[in-house]
Design a protein around this ligand. Sequence first.
Ligand SMILES: *Cc1c(COP(=O)(O)O)cnc(C)c1O
Length: 431
Amino acid sequence: MKYYSTNKASGLVDFKEATIKGQAIDKGLFFPEKIPHIEKDLIDNIEKISNEEIALRVIRPYVGNTIAEDKLYEIVCETVNFQIPLKRVNEEISSLELYHGPTLAFKDVGARFMSRCLGHFVQDDTRKVTVLVATSGDTGGAVANGFYEVEGIEVIILYPSGKVSPVQEKQLTTLGKNIKALEVNGTFDDCQQMVKQAFADADINNKLFLTSANSINVARWLPQQFYYFFAYKQWHDKNNPPVISVPSGNFGNICAGILAMQSGLPVKHFIAACNANDVITKYLVSEKYLPQKSVATLSNAMDVGNPSNFVRILEIFHHQFPELKKKLSSFSFTDEETIKAIKEVYKKENYLLDPHGAVGYLALKEYQSQNNNCNGIFLETAHPVKFPEAVETAIENKIKIPDELKSLMYRNKQSILLDNNYQQFKEFLLK
Ligand SMILES: *Cc1c(COP(=O)(O)O)cnc(C)c1O
């Protein structure tokens, strides 16, 4: 399998090179030259196949011969070694709980897969690799955890000061060792902008061997397809495939789902569930893509004003708007509606949503109110305890903090303060 750049101004690369580079030199995103077809047997017999084997068979064609079969199997086993249950909320709606990994966020899957691939690729390299990553909350923790103590790799995480939840902040600032957290006086978009600028900066690239761990990296993006196969494996009505609603920010997760569908996974329709950051919701109405400044919401991991993976979605549909519209809808919701949904679902269904999952739930309900016969799944992307304020306001009750989190909250934050100033960031990297 080869990958081309979505800007089409640089050459083809294999999975190894795409993983090490992160982004193409022409600043495009890497995209697989051909979308592979999933073997029919995998779909027909999915209930009998282990998650590890499903993952291996899904990712194998994308990795090609850059990782030997037994090593790849080892990597996927470490990637999917926690539960991903599909829970029935009511007759029409199920929740795919992606938050049972080590940092209680779905990004654990991508971060674990990528860290192990990258560690494998650089093991004979004498250069030290620096992973640069901007986070709106969950990426940082998942990447920090995934890369912690991986030999030969240093991780630098930029996060917007005061705009991540207390648990998220602890997860990304308390590990130390090869993980450094930069606390930026700005928004997530500012952090992402600085990271992008660093990748394009010749002075920095002459001195450091940089790569990214954002969902633009194929090794983080592609394994997210696994969730959709695991969802289908547990889906009760195989004759009537699910509509799937995905709480979306940078659109990496939903784009992986759409890729899985294009390669043969039965899915009826995708819904991009958004908060007030509604660039794509608007695009699907007007066909005009107008990036905005991100606004802060309760579902902060989705506060993205210019989603980087959107270009990959266009690529999947060959930039054909009518085709895209047939398969993808989008709705956006306010914080008020989000809180109301958490409250109602807790009361009526005895199911506790986090603010991201609540947006996913609302979008699925909205689609179902406009279309017949479309039972579906929303992805529950974070554990409710990661957002105690919003959730406790909604349910007017305390939520129980798991023991792992309690000890985390006692650990010392180690962060380096930084202004929203590229020069200052550059000096930090070069010193
Ligand atoms: C990152 C994240 C999202 C958004 O995922 P994208 O792939 O960026 O669209 C949604 N929910 C949670 C909890 C997240 O951490």
